[in-house]
Design a protein around this ligand. Structure first.
Ligand SMILES: C[S@@+](CC[C@H](N)C(=O)[O-])C[C@H]1O[C@@H](n2cnc3c(N)ncnc32)[C@H](O)[C@@H]1O
Length: 469
């Protein structure tokens, strides 16, 4: 009897498009779509299927007959193993074209939105070393590369400090050089790993839940300030001090050295106490003369230069005259709210993370902004008719939700309060399309501007202006 999920080989297939989550698309001889992980549109390949579903296959290209002219040479030695920068092998102009297409497809096909003429996507000047924040994981059972296995290399130490292998919670790929964050990021990570290994400070083992060192976070702000945060699994004062002093002495340019002791099963630090070991408990970002203090738990857009471009577009779309009451929903540390405050009568920011709202209030005070107020809470619970009665009917609403988009009650409330304009900033145009469809009854999409915040990845940010019909 034939096995249902039997692997199949398709020969001489042209890859025709790039699809969701960075996968490329080909057509199998039976007409079904094949999603591929390792090919670029224009490649002609042999495909081995890895999964068979009713309507499509998943597969990998096993042999290349023709290489696409959209290809370029990846810069990173970890490309192909590391899941971080999946599009590094595609020329940047083509990356941008596919991102633009993704936005248009999602808005028109999923949202059924009638679109105005769309301005071309705004590309990033820096295509590498654009991230201000990186988080690396320690592991005592490093992922072995094919090269190491093939060379039958003697492996006496399996320590790693790097990224999770795609889809594997317990396997870490050791990173020697990452092209996403500028110096001294690579030096800090590599020297911390070498020092901890030499001094036998145990690296974490996620399966056994043992080992001292869990994660290393590095933040490098546009002002040049640097935050390093080490996460430990338990407290060992001697080993902790040894490592923290090493970082402080070896990297005096670090302005904020912090640690967390996190005995939980997962390594999120949002519910943990952060201890400042040396320097300040925050770093400062700067934008158009505004200074933003960012603490270890605060969200700050990870590409600082493109965040400035994104905020300028948001402000331009809002078209403020100085007379408007503006709501900034999902305000984070209040950066957009403060960025538009001088053009508005008053701005109200709402956000779920209390520490972010504390930062927002303090930042506004230091920036001498006295027409912005910030409130903490879950949006669907806070953004109610009572809240509007208390704070006033906004003429403009800016909304920048997480990847899931807005809760349907929040969308319903927007329809209810009916502002003249809504500026919708999104990092996921599929959920944005869903929300725009719900708003379509009363609002027309009049401007769309995709922005590339994350070169070498398939992620795309999109700003939409909605005006009342
Ligand atoms: C994409 S970030 C935008 C932050 C900010 N606008 C900026 O540019 O820095 C989304 C924000 O929504 C917040 N958030 C997520 N779910 C929320 C909810 N249910 N209610 C309120 N805020 C929420 C997150 O904490 C995060 O700060």
């Amino acid at each position: 009897m034939a096995r249902k999920n039997r692997r199949q080989i398709f020969e001489h297939i042209e890859v025709i498009d790039a699809g969701a989550k960075g996968k490329s698309i080909a057509k199998a001889p039976d007409g079904k779509v094949v999603f591929l992980t390792n090919a670029v549109p224009g490649d002609v390949v042999n495909i081995q299927t890895t999964k068979k579903r009713k309507a499509y296959y998943e597969g990998i290209a096993t042999q290349f007959h023709t290489y696409s002219d959209k290809r370029t040479t990846p810069k990173c030695k970890h490309f192909g193993t590391c899941g971080g920068c999946k599009w590094q092998f595609m020329d940047y102009q083509h990356q941008l074209a596919y991102k633009q297409n993704e936005v248009v497809n999602n808005l028109t096909r999923l949202g059924k939105i009638e679109l105005p003429e769309i301005t071309p996507i705004l590309g990033s000047k820096d295509q590498y070393f654009y991230r201000n924040k990186m988080e690396f994981s320690f592991s005592d059972s490093r992922w072995l590369t094919l090269e190491e296995i093939q060379n039958n290399q003697e492996i006496d130490n399996r320590n790693a400090l790097g990224f999770h292998m795609p889809g594997m919670w317990d396997k870490i790929l050791d990173i020697e050089h990452c092209h996403l964050q500028e110096d001294p990021s690579n030096a800090i990570r590599n020297e911390v790993k070498a020092f901890a290994t030499k001094h036998q400070i145990p690296f974490y083992n996620a399966r056994k839940q043992e080992g001292l060192l869990r994660t290393l976070m590095i933040r490098i702000a546009s002002t040049g300030e640097i935050m390093v945060l080490v996460q430990f699994f338990y407290d060992d004062a001697e080993k902790r001090t040894l490592l923290m002093d090493f970082i402080a002495d070896r990297f005096p340019e670090v302005t904020s050295l912090q640690y967390v002791i996190n005995p939980k099963g997962n390594d999120t630090i949002y519910d943990q106490e952060v201890v400042c070991y040396k320097g300040k408990a925050y770093i400062e970002e700067e934008m158009e003369g505004l200074r933003f203090r960012v603490n270890a738990k605060s969200f700050y857009q990870t590409n600082s230069k493109q965040a400035y471009e994104l905020y300028k577009i948001t402000r331009e779309f809002a078209g403020l005259t100085g007379e408007e009451l503006v709501y900034d929903l999902y305000t984070g540390t209040g950066t957009i709210a403060q960025f538009v405050a001088k053009n508005a009568k008053k701005v109200i920011g709402v956000e779920a993370v209390p520490e972010a709202i504390e930062d927002a209030k303090e930042n506004a005070q230091r920036n001498k902004i006295d027409n912005a107020e910030f409130y903490v809470g879950d949006m669907k619970k806070v953004f109610t008719s009572d809240f509007i009665d208390q704070h006033g009917q906004p003429e403009v609403v800016i909304t920048d939700p997480p990847r899931d988009g807005m809760h349907k009650d929040v969308v319903a409330q927007l329809l209810q309060i009916s502002p003249q304009k809504i500026v919708y900033v999104s990092c996921n145009s599929a959920t944005q399309a869903r929300d725009l469809a719900l708003l379509d009854r009363d609002y027309k999409v009049t401007k769309v501007q995709p922005v590339d915040m994350f070169p070498q990845t398939y992620h795309v940010e999109n700003v939409v202006l909605l005006e009342k019909r």
